[in-house]
Design a protein around this ligand. Structure first.
Ligand code: DC
Length: 226
């Protein structure tokens, strides 16, 4: 699809630091940041909260007709995910949602629903989106596509630190299991599996600082007119 602004797509495995990077890059370039994983998490949270069976197509259709997702900034400027007007930023980051989000993201009706909204959000503005299928499905014409990877142990350690800082009690083992399972489901599902776009730039950030990653991507973005 043709967009009016510049689109930067950041895809990769779970807990590679995509959203931290995308958020900071968006601030530097003054672009809109769209956290597509948060949208899949919000749908999953809705299913859990209303005790719906996501393997039942009629229940999925009914749920999607009721779901409205948007992003709003709070007083300190941080971005929060809203589900039908309720701030669900905290709820969607729990291990309970993390354990179910990948199966929910395999459902084609859910993907169609969210991809359409992501494309509409990015149609008129310069945006940075992070997810699994941004460079392959949502915006295959993106100006810059980054595929982020990192060593699995390092990813688990980073995620553990993040969750402990948020006050969640979780073990490294639980996180390793969750990341392994999500990577497997996300990259083997039938509809829009996680894969590197042919024209993506691959960055392994295991030993890179955030500043180094930002500097690299800023140069790549500027080369493409950002
Ligand atoms: O980025 P994240 O960990 O918050 O994403 C949560 C899940 O959502 C991830 O395991 C797979 C799914 N997802 C997806 O299928 N496509 C996207 N564009 C973004 C996320």
């Amino acid at each position: 699809m043709k967009t009016e602004g510049i689109i930067i797509a950041i895809d990769g495995f779970s807990a590679c630091g995509k959203s931290t990077l995308a958020k900071q890059l968006a601030e530097k370039l003054d672009y809109t940041y769209i956290d597509t994983g948060a949208m899949y998490r919000a749908v999953t949270y809705y299913f859990i909260k209303h005790q719906l069976d996501w393997n039942n197509p009629a229940q999925v259709a009914m749920a999607l007709a009721e779901i409205q997702i948007d992003f709003r900034r709070d007083e300190d400027g941080s971005l929060h995910t809203f589900l039908n007007g309720e701030d669900v930023e905290k709820q969607i980051r729990t291990m309970e949602v993390s354990a179910s989000v990948s199966p929910v993201a395999t459902i084609s009706a859910v993907r169609r629903f969210l991809v359409q909204q992501q494309q509409a959000l990015g149609e008129k503005k310069s945006c940075i989106l992070d997810g699994r299928d941004i460079g392959t499905v949502v915006f295959p014409e993106a100006s810059l596509k980054i595929f982020l990877t990192a060593d699995p142990q390092e990813r688990a350690r980073r995620r553990l630190k993040e969750l402990l800082e948020k006050g969640q009690s979780v073990s490294l083992g639980e996180i390793v299991n969750n990341l392994t399972e999500r990577d497997h489901i996300d990259s083997t599902r039938e509809d829009s599996p996680l894969r590197q776009a042919d024209d993506a730039v691959v960055i392994d950030n295991t030993v890179l600082s955030m500043e180094e990653q930002l500097a690299m991507i800023k140069v790549l973005a500027e080369m493409r007119g950002a």
